[in-house]
Design a protein around this ligand. Sequence first.
Ligand code: ATP
Length: 258
Amino acid sequence: MKLTIDGLAVRFPTPDGGTATILENISLAVPAGELVVLLGASGCGKSTLLNAVAGFNPAYDGAIRVEGRLVRAPGADRGVVLQTDALYPWLNAWENVGFGLRIKGLPQRERDARAEQALALVGLAGKGDHSSWQLSGGQRQRVSLARALVADPEILLMDEPLGALDALTREQMQDLVLDVWRRTGKTILFVTHGLDEALYLATRVIVLAGRPGRIVVDEPSSFGRRSLAPGVGASIKSTPDFAAARERLRAALFEGAA
Ligand SMILES: Nc1ncnc2c1ncn2[C@@H]1O[C@H](COP(=O)(O)OP(=O)(O)OP(=O)(O)O)[C@@H](O)[C@H]1O
């Protein structure tokens, strides 16, 4: 298994000296190459779950393993993309993408070559010398994705990565995510609020609900793979199949939120 989560619980201290349990009894096994989309009402703990897998919160109960190794800190085996791009404005795209490799001590020539490869993967070949202020919001998220990919992680963790983009760019970026997934075969955990986005990308949909958050839906979804077939793409969103799946998912979300 690429990712296993066994009996995960996450608690935070509250201002009155108590403890708030945000997630409880979360168990999950994700085989390599799946594109798992995580949905749920605001505040149900999606980011908390993703952050725990990223290693940002080592004080969880239970066990999180990536390729069998226990997660206790951030690591190069997990690439993270957040809603805000968090690029260093004083660095160009190559330098932003290669930043982690610099810390690892890779020589500049190798860093630049790998950064260029990662930029090409996200459709930004030849744009490496651009500063972040010269790039559009969508392009900056592409750079963030390249930065997450450059160390060849075991798993990509994406927390509402397209949430801040305009509708058209968002649709284009959904296709980019699918293209990168197809070409790299990466395992992806993707948080979104968008029902269409969730169904369009996913090979598996997970819905979190309640307080503490728990998994109320965990089922395979065929659209992530079907939309990759030649000539299909976004047109799949207007099929009766897709509409029916969207309605089912919407009902599950409302039920969970109730
Ligand atoms: N470091 C922290 N300390 C205390 N409480 C926290 C911390 N991080 C998250 N929380 C709380 O955990 C709950 C879940 O937050 P989280 O951001 O995981 O939800 P979410 O489902 O991702 O929400 P949204 O969809 O709005 O982004 C919230 O009530 C939040 O206030």
